[in-house]
Structure formats: C-alpha cells, structure tokens
Design a protein around this ligand. Sequence first.
Ligand SMILES: *Cc1c(COP(=O)(O)O)cnc(C)c1O
Length: 451
Amino acid sequence: MNDNLHQLRCFGCGARIRGAEAQPDFRCAACGELFEVEYPGWEQRKGPDRPNAGALKWLWRERRCSSEAVDHSGVWRFRELLPILESFGNAVTLREGNTPLYPLTRNARALGMDQLFAKHQGMNPTGSFKDTGMTAALSVAKERGFEWVACASTGNTSAAMAAYAARAGLRSLVLIPEGKIAWGKLSQAMDYGAVTCQLNTDFDGCLRLLTEIVRQSPIYLLNSVNPYRLEGQKTPAIEIAEAFDWMVPDHVIVPGGNLGNSSALGKGFKEMHELGLIARMPRISVIQAEGANPLSRFFRAHRGAAFEPVEAHTRATAIRIGNPASWRKAARVIEETGGWCLDVTEAEIAIAKAEIGAEGLGCEPASAVTLAGLKKLRANGRVAASESTVLVLTGHTLKDADYTIDFHRGTLLNDQEKSGREAEIEKLRRNAVVVDATPAAVLSALKEQAG
Ligand SMILES: *Cc1c(COP(=O)(O)O)cnc(C)c1O
C-alpha cells in the first residue's frame, strides 16, 4: 500500500521538493527557510485524493471502537489528514492523543466567562504534547531506514523522542542545556535509554550545534524544524473541533517557545477549514514568558521591523527559547486568525499555574502562560465574556515538581518578581507543614489553613 501523498513546500520562497529530498537540517537549499508538508491531491475539488468531510467525521468516530493500535492513537486515527508514510503499518505509536478537554469552571467564573476549557496535552504518554509530533516524525525516520535520531531539547522533546525511539528499536541522542531543564524530563530521557549530553550553552546553542552534527553524519533530526513533527501536532486541533461537534470554539490560546506548536495548530484548523470539516477558524493567540518574548516584541514593534532573537530567561523552562525556529509560521497563524501575541511575567505564570492546579488539573509552568495571557486579554477588553475559549495545556504538572514545591514554599519568586502580587500569591500557597503526630496537632493545622 502506498499512502504517501505529500510533498514539501518552502515557507519562504515556495520551492517544492519531494519528502526524501530534504536536507538533513530541513532548511531550504535555495533560501534557508523551513518547509511545510502539503498534499497536492487536496487541491482538486473533485479529485480522488481529496478527503470527503462527511465521510471522515464518520470514519474517525468509528475508529474509536476499533482494536487496531493505529486507530487507538489520537494522531493516526486522523491519518487521512497526514498521509506522510509509505504505509501506516509503519507508524510507531504509544496511543498518544485522545487527550481530555476539561471545563475550567472556577477560572471561568473568576474571569466572568461562560465557556472556558483546558485541552490537556500533558495527558499524553510521556506527559507533553511533543508525543503527537514525535509519533509522526519518528515513524518517518524509521520508514526511511535511520538508525539514529536526535534532538536539542528544553526537556519534553527529548523525553518524547527517547520513548518513541526505544519503541521503534532506534537509538537516540539528546542535547540539552546544562542545569536549565526540569529533572522529571531529564530522568525520562535516561529511563528510555537515550544518549544524553548536557552542554554548556542554552537551547538555541544546542540546536545550532546539532544542525552541524546532522550535516556530518546520518542522524535524523527530530526538532520541530522537522515538518513531520507539525503534522502530528496539528491533530489536537482536529480533536478540539471534534469535541465541539465541528463548531470550533471562538479562541484557542497556546504557549509559544520554538513556535512549532502554534504553527501546527494553525495548520490543522486551516486545513480542516479548506476541506470543509469546519465552517470557520478560531482565533489563535500565542503567549510567551516576558523573559523569552521575541515574537511578542515583534508584534509590539512597528510594522516592518526585523525579528530580533533575545537571550531567554524564565523558570518556565519549556519556553526558555530566544530564537524560535518557526516564528514566521506562527506569526502568519496569528495574523490570519486575528489572534494576539503577548507576554506575561514570572509572577503571572506562577499564579496562573496555581489556579489551574487548584481546579484539580495541574500543568507545567509553560502551560500556565495561557491562563495568564487570557487574564490580560480579558482585562484589556480584547476577549468578550461570551467567547468560548480553549487553553492548550502543553505539559503535565509532574514534569517540574520542583517549581510547584518552590512556589508553595514561597521560594520561587524574589521580592521584585512578587511586587504588587503578594496577597494573591499568599492566598494560593499551600505549603506542607510539619506537625506533631497527634490528632489535636493535625486538627489545629487544619483550622489554621482553612481560615
Ligand atoms: C515544547 C513545549 C512548549 C513550547 O512549544 P513550541 O512548539 O516550542 O512553541 C510549551 N510547553 C511545553 C510543556 C512544552 O514541552
């Protein structure tokens, strides 16, 4: 069976190449920009390769009852929208996707909103949305006969890559910035058997170095410059649309690091729109940390200003990226959908994370920028009370338990970072207390904290 119907199109100069012709660093040989996957068969309105919207909705629902592994995957269940493999029998899957969409009732009430939801991508097999992209790109690596795969990572990409590589019987190499990633993530890469190198540089430096390495040896690059990652990462958009019975929400908000995920979700919604699966696009907004905000600066600057990388600083390590590879793609998504790009402070991130935790969900600090950003958008009147909004929670709370513990112990933020928000922070803090092993002592501690 030949399921492969795709080609690659340069996002800069528009050059088209076959998938197998891509350079090892996935940059266009002519102009240096990134590629995106496109499906020529979708263009002819009545062509045999153009998916039929009604039939697909039915087929995708049927697959939920199937006993096949590829049908259980929340990525490959939608495989008609990502025909990137020679054969879907080659898909390497950990049953990723199919993540829950939770109502955020208390946060909605606090914001005066009717419909606020969290699409929790932290509920993936390795605890972040990176699994949805990794199943796609790693399956391509396996199909093309690579023995080694590699990524530079702020942590979650390496955790996902190492797991999928191990499942496929491939070897994996991880480059991470020394001391700047969360232990939970590093432990996963070790657990799944990756060769892990901690380098004395930041994420951007790791990616630069790896780009040189893959040009010199036959190692398959699995960072989000790899366009197949984005094909997997667009499937949460399909899940969101399906969950809303194909009546998409008004607004989807995503954290922005290397900006692959926002680009992918935009691509997902756009393709569904073009194929007639949905009648309109949601607004897509991207939120960055104040200390790692090159895209937000770009949008704030005057039209025509150049994109300027920054040196990134934030405790939300998953978005500690100063020179995001996919900024052009993400900028286009924001512009085309009428979304916004803004940044939030360390205190705003910490408060929002505690508020998501208090709803019984929890997430990584990087994921909490979505709620922090929404609060700003509500405060300045850009988002109306009636707008249905989905926050994409990108990672699981256990990924960075140190952050949570530091917050509740009161050691996360310095005085300057806390300034003006002290009362809000104190109200959310739930530090573990040491008490005598007697009922009276425990009951008195209870009284104190309940007050
Ligand atoms: C990777 C990651 C991000 C950033 O996604 P990009 O595609 O790099 O913009 C945000 N949150 C978490 C938890 C991540 O793992």
